[in-house]
Design a protein around this ligand. Sequence first.
Ligand code: NAP
Length: 309
Amino acid sequence: MVTRSGGPEVLELQGVPAPEPGAGELVVEVTYTGVNYRDIYERRGGYGHPFPVVAGIEGAGRVVAIGDGVTDAAVGDRVAWNNAQGSYAEQTVVPAARAVPVPDGISDEVACAALLQGMTAQYLTHATYPIQPGDEVLVHAAAGGAGRLVVQLAKARGGRVTATTSGGEKTVLARSAGADDVIGYDEVPEGRFAVVYDGVGAATFDRSLASLRPRGMLVLYGAASGPVPPFDLSGLAGGGSLFVTRPTLVNYVETREDLLQRAVYGRVAEGSLDVRIGGTYPLEDARQAQEDLESRRTTGKLLLAVHPG
Ligand SMILES: NC(=O)c1ccc[n+]([C@@H]2O[C@H](COP(=O)([O-])OP(=O)(O)OC[C@H]3O[C@@H](n4cnc5c(N)ncnc54)[C@H](OP(=O)(O)O)[C@@H]3O)[C@@H](O)[C@H]2O)c1
């Protein structure tokens, strides 16, 4: 539960009544829930909604109850979901339309780790800027949960990928994802890239723009270092008729068809997408997990184990 806006200390484990499904909803017993930057933005008060609120929006688990009108899920089904508030919990309500069936052969742990960041990497590389073979691509924070998947899908589309990390083990992880070059943030060249995938935000924005070739696109998909301040659009002309977009996943999975098509479970099952779980914490250690994520200590995806089975 996020009791008020603030640092990790405002997260508290509290008992609440068991949820009931409304029409079109499922109640799911959560096995794993994912830790995301959006949970941190929310906890800091960045979404402007009232507190207290149960944190978390993503997870995997088993359906324990279904509401009226649900026809394509049944009690006992294994599902994963994104965008269902209250997922840091033993049980949570998930709109049936947002539940993605988990195929046999994919564990709940991997299903949870792969869904949100996997769909994000998919839409960024296939829809926001559909990478063409030979495109020069820059991916920031390439050892992170999202970044490492963006690198892999950018390579799968034929891009030539330059990745940034803060160094050490993260460089090795970015390279193992397939990056052609791995560099530091202050080594980014100017005027080269067709597209930059930037989830770091304030700290990288100016350099990201400068690194684009004429008519290149800056895909600003997050703000791990803080939000980008207002900027002068005329700079896009001076940089070479540049494009900037600020996409969010929800607009790329508006239909059920898009949701199921962007879930990357097929690639995970066939072994062509490597999902790295950087840490799994018990639910009661959610504070620690968020602290670790925002302090830049982590790699890959962080999970909270609730009923790991
Ligand atoms: N728009 C969308 O649809 C969408 C969906 C999912 C996630 N996201 C965004 O994707 C980004 C990555 O999320 P994630 O959960 O996968 O996190 P993550 O990449 O695992 O962690 C963030 C990484 O950013 C790098 N970083 C650079 N400067 C930083 C700073 N000042 N403070 C903190 N981190 C810094 C760090 O890697 P180094 O140490 O290598 O620099 C850090 O490990 C976030 O911005 C998130 O909001 C967006």
